[in-house]
Ligand binder design. Structure first.
Ligand code: PGA
Length: 266
């Protein structure tokens, strides 16, 4: 697991945006696993401005979002479909046929979950999966105690998750109690996982994910098993890490590690 601690939140966000852009520049038909939430707002803002400045073509990119609320329509302003359309898909002129989210209004959640898994497999799997983390350590909407081998399915949201997302809904609306989410096993199959956390509110969850035991009590800790996972942090999110000095030694200011080459033999 690579832990990169940046001097500022903006640099951590820019690193994630730059990785998304680098992936698409190198592979215009890349399959991206996308996330939503407050942390991703500025990542997408930066990505859109960088991609437009560099004229990067996103029209062949295929994407799969982590999750969607169950029971709300794709046109609902708090739906993740709406979030993605307004922040990323429309500004980058992405092909609506290639941008996928679970359908929160499907007739049968189990069938929808199977269909979603099958479309990810048919696309050849996810090249780069970006992730946020909940204060309770969730990734996607895999709340604590989700099976570490779980697949896409319907999950009951915790009271704290519903409270954290209250701000996206009108005052007289109820935050949905359920969501369709990729499973932890689904996420683990992505070829590269990159998680971004910023702010002190995420510090405990980050410490549990990076340094705690591998446990369903902290779903993000499963990234310890992934062969290629990078954790991007600002100083606040990194503030309770025990081995912070070590991560900063290996990756000063979030830079790549410089491994000395063996001395040439004569
Ligand atoms: P946030 O959500 O970025 O809105 O904090 C992250 C998450 O719950 O995964």
């Amino acid at each position: 697991m690579k832990v990169l601690i940046f001097p500022t939140r903006a640099e951590a966000e820019t690193c994630m945006a730059a990785e998304l852009l680098r992936t698409v520049s190198g592979q215009p038909d890349a399959v991206l696993g996308l996330a939503t939430g407050g942390t991703m707002d500025r990542v997408y803002e930066r990505l859109v401005s960088m991609a437009l400045a560099q004229k990067t073509d996103f029209s062949r990119v295929r994407s799969f979002n982590l999750d969607e609320y169950w029971g709300i329509d794709a046109d609902h302003p708090a739906s993740y479909a709406h979030y993605m359309r307004t922040r990323l898909f429309a500004p980058l002129h992405m092909d609506a046929q290639l941008t996928c989210l679970p359908n929160g209004k499907a007739a049968d959640p189990d069938e929808e979950a199977r269909r979603y898994e099958a479309s990810i497999a048919a696309a050849g799997g996810i090249d780069l999966q970006i992730l946020g983390i909940g204060r309770n350590g969730h990734i996607g909407f895999n709340e604590p105690t989700s099976s570490l081998g779980s697949r896409t399915r319907i999950k009951t949201l915790t009271a704290s998750t519903r409270e954290a997302n209250r701000c996206y809904f009108a005052e007289d609306e109820t935050v949905p109690a359920f969501a369709l989410t990729m499973g932890i096993g689904t996420i683990l199959e992505a070829r590269y996982c990159m998680l971004l956390a910023t702010g002190t509110g995420k510090a405990q969850a980050v410490a549990a994910a990076v340094e705690g035991p591998l446990s369903a009590a902290c779903p993000a800790s499963v990234l310890q098993l992934h062969p290629r996972a990078t954790i991007l942090l600002d100083p606040d999110a990194a503030s309770t890490l025990q081995l912070r000095d070590y991560y900063e030694l290996v990756h000063p200011a979030g830079s790549e590690a410089i491994v000395p080459l063996p001395l040439a033999s004569h």
